[in-house]
Design a protein around this ligand. Structure first.
Ligand code: URA
Length: 204
C-alpha cells in the first residue's frame, strides 16, 4: 500500500505541461492567438496523432481538429473503429494558430517542439501518426518528402511513426484518400500486433 503513495500519477506532468503551454509567450504567435490548442483525445491512448497547427475553428474553440479537417479525420477513425475517446491522443507541431493558416515558421517550430517532445515522453505511445509535410519534417527531418515517405514506417527515437497526408490535402485532392486509407490499414495491423490483437475493424 505504502508504495502506491510514491507511484507516479498516470500521465505525470501532462497537466503541468498544458498549463505552461497555455501561458506560453516563447514565440510571436502568442500575440495573435485566441486560444492555445494543446491536445485532445485520450492521454491513455496508444496512438499519438500529430497535426500541423490549429486552424481558425481550433483557435476559436481551443480544441484540436474540430474544423473540416477534424471532421474528415473522425470519418477515417470511424472506418478504423478508432475513437478519440479511447484510441487516439492528438496534438500539433504548433500549439498556436499561425495567422491565415500559413505554414509554421522555423523559429515557431523550434520554440514549440519541446512541448511535443515532452508530450511524447509522457504519453509513451506505441504508434505515432504524422499528418502532412510539416509534421513529418519537424519530427523526422527537414529533407524528407511526404510523397516519398508516406505509408512507410519510420523511427523517432525507437518509436514507430507512420507518416501520411494531412486531411486538408485530402479535402483539396480527394484522389489522395486511397493512399491515406492504405496507411491507416497498416496502422490497424500494427495496433493489433502491438496493442490489442482483438481490435475489430470490419474492413481489415
Ligand atoms: N489542422 C491541424 O493540423 N491541426 C488542427 O488541430 C486543425 C487543423
Amino acid at each position: 500500500m505504502d508504495g502506491d503513495l510514491f507511484a507516479p500519477a498516470p500521465f505525470s506532468g501532462l497537466n503541468e505541461l498544458r498549463e505552461e503551454a497555455i501561458h506560453c509567450t516563447k514565440c510571436p504567435l502568442h500575440k495573435t492567438r485566441t486560444n492555445v490548442v494543446f491536445d485532445g483525445g485520450n492521454p491513455a491512448a496508444r496512438i499519438f496523432l500529430i497535426g500541423e497547427a490549429p486552424g481558425y475553428d481550433e483557435d476559436q474553440s481551443g480544441r484540436v481538429f474540430v474544423g473540416k479537417s477534424g471532421q474528415l479525420l473522425d470519418k477515417i477513425f470511424a472506418a478504423c473503429n478508432f475513437t478519440r475517446e479511447e484510441h487516439i491522443y492528438i496534438s500539433n507541431i504548433l500549439k498556436c494558430r499561425p495567422p491565415g493558416n500559413r505554414t509554421p515558421a522555423t523559429e515557431e517550430m523550434a520554440a514549440c517542439l519541446p512541448y511535443l517532445e515532452q508530450q511524447i515522453e509522457i504519453i509513451n505511445p506505441a504508434i505515432i501518426i504524422t499528418l502532412g509535410a510539416t509534421a513529418l519534417k519537424a519530427l523526422l527531418g527537414e529533407n524528407l518528402k511526404i510523397t516519398r515517405e508516406r505509408g512507410h514506417w519510420k523511427l523517432y527515437y525507437n518509436r514507430l511513426v507512420m507518416p501520411t497526408y494531412h486531411p486538408s490535402a485530402l479535402l483539396r485532392n480527394p484522389n489522395l484518400k486511397k493512399d491515406v486509407w492504405e496507411d491507416f490499414k497498416k496502422v490497424i495491423l500494427k495496433y493489433r500486433e502491438l496493442v490489442n490483437p482483438g481490435h475489430y475493424c470490419k474492413y481489415v
